[in-house]
Design a protein around this ligand. Structure first.
Ligand SMILES: NC(=O)c1ccc[n+]([C@@H]2O[C@H](COP(=O)([O-])OP(=O)(O)OC[C@H]3O[C@@H](n4cnc5c(N)ncnc54)[C@H](OP(=O)(O)O)[C@@H]3O)[C@@H](O)[C@H]2O)c1
Length: 322
């Protein structure tokens, strides 16, 4: 495992982290806790030391599994979690007052609830699960972050940028008051390269590259006849015949360009690792098999310039979260 500094924190994080949304059990269906625990343990055994979870992932279920594994790890594992919006609306809606989403008392109690789920003394990185720069001057998040850090309940703080709108976090980054941003960055989604990633380098802010496999599209496993169980987030994300058809067309074009023998998921993760602003890429991986193949990529590092040039042609501007 290769390590990178998470911005100006003192954390040296593995450049392959663990995305723990899928193990929450309610939004991604089809896995079991036993499989999730095996995958988490295997990840730690192979050198992963950063896990990204959230209170909203299965209403604390993901945090409880993560806490169990971290407490048993026997070495330093960094846990990043997220405070959900009080109004439970994703993404943040323009014009919504911060009092409806992240009032001071709510942010403190949300972090305390995460600590109870994790059964840990401190949260290494607390992120706001939604954000709009309309709130940048508001006192609530500033005071809550400051007090949570002062009390030792939280070490560092960050935000999750809005889906496919990385610029939604530029103003808060410029305040100098946050340590990390997580944003969607993958072979089809290059927009963070325009402003977010350069600003992160300039301000020395950590970047977690989320959804690196485009919710599974870049695994190559989605076909026109793929179905997901009712209630699974992916049934919504890949809904209707047209979305799956578009995915297949884009993935086929990518495969043709990359040529025989290139692995799509491997290329997708290494695409993220190729940008120097990225601190860690955090794929969801509920199976040991995926943990093992993903962690092995760390030592391969950046893609060759020729491959990166090829991937430039595969940016695909769309938002399946809507
Ligand atoms: N708003 C936010 O802040 C936000 C939103 C979304 C996600 N996130 C974070 O980002 C993380 C990653 O995103 P995600 O989990 O939604 O999606 P993702 O990482 O883009 O894709 C996960 C899917 O890819 C599969 N996969 C993983 N490695 C693979 C491999 N080597 N070969 C083939 N398939 C592979 C997984 O399978 P298995 O699981 O079956 O192994 C799973 O189906 C989340 O877990 C979460 O921590 C944050």
């Amino acid at each position: 495992m290769q390590f990178r500094k998470l911005g100006r924190t003192n954390f040296e994080v593995g450049d392959i982290g663990y995305g723990a949304w899928g193990i929450g059990g309610t939004q991604w269906l089809g896995g079991t806790d036993d499989e999730s625990l095996l995958a988490l343990h295997r990840a730690i055994e192979l050198g992963v030391n950063l896990i990204d979870t959230a209170l909203a992932y299965g209403d604390g279920h993901s945090e409880r599994l993560v806490g169990e594994v971290v407490r048993a790890a026997g070495r330093r594992i960094y846990v990043a979690t997220k405070a959900p919006p009080k109004n439970r609306i994703w993404p943040a809606k323009s014009g919504t007052p911060i009092a409806d989403v992240f009032p001071y008392d709510y942010l403190i109690s949300s972090a305390e609830e995460s600590l109870r789920n994790l059964r840990l003394e401190t949260i290494d990185l607390l992120q706001l699960h939604v954000w709009t720069d309309e709130w940048v001057e508001c006192d609530e998040w500033r005071r809550a972050f400051e007090d949570l850090k002062r009390s030792g309940k939280v070490q560092y703080v960050g935000v999750s940028a809005t889906e496919h709108d990385p610029d939604s976090a530029l103003a808060i980054m410029r305040t100098g008051l946050i340590d990390s941003v997580q944003a969607i960055y993958h072979i089809f989604a290059h927009t963070p390269e325009a402003r977010l990633l350069p600003l992160a380098r300039e301000m020395n802010i950590g970047i977690l590259a989320r959804v690196p496999l485009d919710e599974g599209a870049l695994s190559g496993a989605v076909t026109e006849s793929t179905t997901f169980p009712d209630g699974d987030f992916r049934a919504y994300y890949f809904r209707g015949a047209d979305r799956k058809k578009q995915v297949v067309e884009h993935v086929d074009a990518l495969r043709r360009d990359l040529g025989e023998g290139a692995s799509l998921p491997d290329t997708a993760l290494r695409f993220c690792l190729s940008h120097p602003a990225v601190s860690s890429v955090i794929p969801g991986m509920r199976s040991r098999r995926h943990v093992e193949s993903n962690v092995a990529l760390s030592d391969l590092g950046a893609l060759p310039p020729g491959t990166l040039a090829t991937l430039r042609r595969h940016a695909w501007d769309r938002n399946f979260y809507n």
